[in-house]
Design a binder for this molecule. Structure first.
Ligand code: B12
Length: 314
């Protein structure tokens, strides 16, 4: 069993992690409390003790356990998950096909269920975003372009998705205070909230302390944030470019700052075409969130590798 100290515990409550009792967890996954206790003793699900001496578990740790073990979930509501979560074996393709009508019709509970089922079935948030949610929004964009989807339906779909992203953010976070920091944003005139938030969730899921600063931010304030955040990675999400020359100037001044402070600049987004790419400086360009995840891993590997011993003169 992993017990946490008082200090760690207060750090936890500060981060407002959702804690539940072993009894609730046992009911949610349909096992006896003694079975659950055995799993905890074997370290399969970490347990913590509150200041008052009560045993509690983090919802995200339970979800991780369910994902890794493939264990069934009987009463998902007890973990704060959608009512039917974990009970449908979606494939990524079928999920994508079902997500589009759910989002267009504003059927939030179905949309949530699809996403959380995929997560519980062991798909990473990165795969869910790249292979299901982003293509679903591309389809919604095409339908909007053809006049088949009204503007209000598209906006509502974004709102639903943002609420799901916030839930995922709380569920998948595996970062600790010692883990590397990443910050990200979109530049002025770019008001696309989904991709910038997805990048934040992806990085959190692989152990980064990532924070999205939001959308529509002038480069000067982003530069200020990079100078103070001590971040190892800055991600710039680019879905809309209003004025190309000023966009290029902004990105290049951001790169100068990241380069100065030893922070990597990762750029991604559908508005960055080949011509723009040739005119801007960055550390890496990501076509997908998988690219971002891989880049984040490579950064971590570089900095956690032991320093090689000094060369010995022969
Ligand atoms: C939702 C939406 C909006 C919403 C956004 C609301 C919000 N809260 O975010 C609003 C209403 C604001 C909007 C406005 C407009 N939109 Co719009 N919009 C969309 C839509 C349907 C979805 C965008 C989205 O979030 N997709 C989901 C993301 C995750 O997908 P993605 O960007 O492709 O991301 C993938 C990769 O690019 C990469 N990636 C993306 N970002 C990042 C970031 C990082 C760091 C990394 C690593 C990777 C990465 O990974 C992702 C997954 O593989 C798209 C359709 C589409 N094709 O996407 C149209 C679309 C982008 N919009 C379009 C248009 C025309 C507009 C407007 C100009 C309409 C108008 N006349 O006002 C305005 C521009 C507003 C502005 N100033 O920015 C067109 C753009 C056409 C073009 N190429 O020029 C599209 C393609 C629709 C269409 N089919 O015509 N839009």
């Amino acid at each position: 069993m992993v017990r946490k100290s008082e200090k760690q515990l207060s750090q936890h409550s500060r981060r407002m992690k959702k804690l539940i009792s072993p009894k609730q967890v046992a009911r949610a996954i349909g096992v006896s409390e003694s079975t659950l206790k055995r799993w905890c003793d074997r370290g399969l699900i970490p347990m913590i003790k509150t200041a008052g001496g009560h045993r509690r578990m983090e919802v995200e740790a339970v979800v991780r356990f369910l994902r890794d073990s493939g264990h069934e979930i009987v009463e998902p509501e007890l973990l704060g998950l959608p009512a039917a979560a974990g009970q449908t074996g979606w494939t990524l393709k079928r999920a994508r096909q079902m997500l589009v009508p759910a989002l267009v019709k504003g059927d939030e509970s179905v949309a949530r269920q699809i996403v959380f089922d995929l997560l519980l079935a062991g798909h990473s948030v990165t795969a869910i975003f790249d292979d299901v949610v982003a293509p679903a929004f591309h389809e919604i964009g095409n339908q909007w372009d053809c006049g088949d989807v009204a503007v209000y339906q598209e906006r509502r779909a974004c709102e639903i998705c943002m609420r799901i992203l916030r839930e995922l953010r709380a569920t998948v976070t595996s970062a600790q205070p010692t883990h590397p920091i990443a910050i990200g944003a979109t530049l002025e005139h770019d008001i696309y909230t989904l991709p910038v938030t997805m990048a934040e969730v992806v990085l959190r899921s692989v152990g980064w302390q990532s924070t999205s600063l939001g959308t529509n931010l002038p480069s000067e304030t982003l530069i200020e944030s990079i100078k103070t955040a001590r971040a190892r990675l800055f991600w710039l999400s680019v879905s809309f470019i209003k004025d190309e020359p000023s966009f290029i100037t902004s990105v290049n001044s951001i790169f100068e700052t990241t380069d100065d402070v030893g922070c990597a600049l990762a750029i991604g987004g559908q508005a960055v075409n080949e011509t723009v790419r040739r005119k801007i400086q960055y550390t890496t360009f990501c076509e997908t969130f998988r690219d971002l995840e891989m880049f984040a891993h490579s950064l971590n590997r570089v900095t956690t590798q032991p320093t090689p011993p000094p060369a010995v003169d022969s």
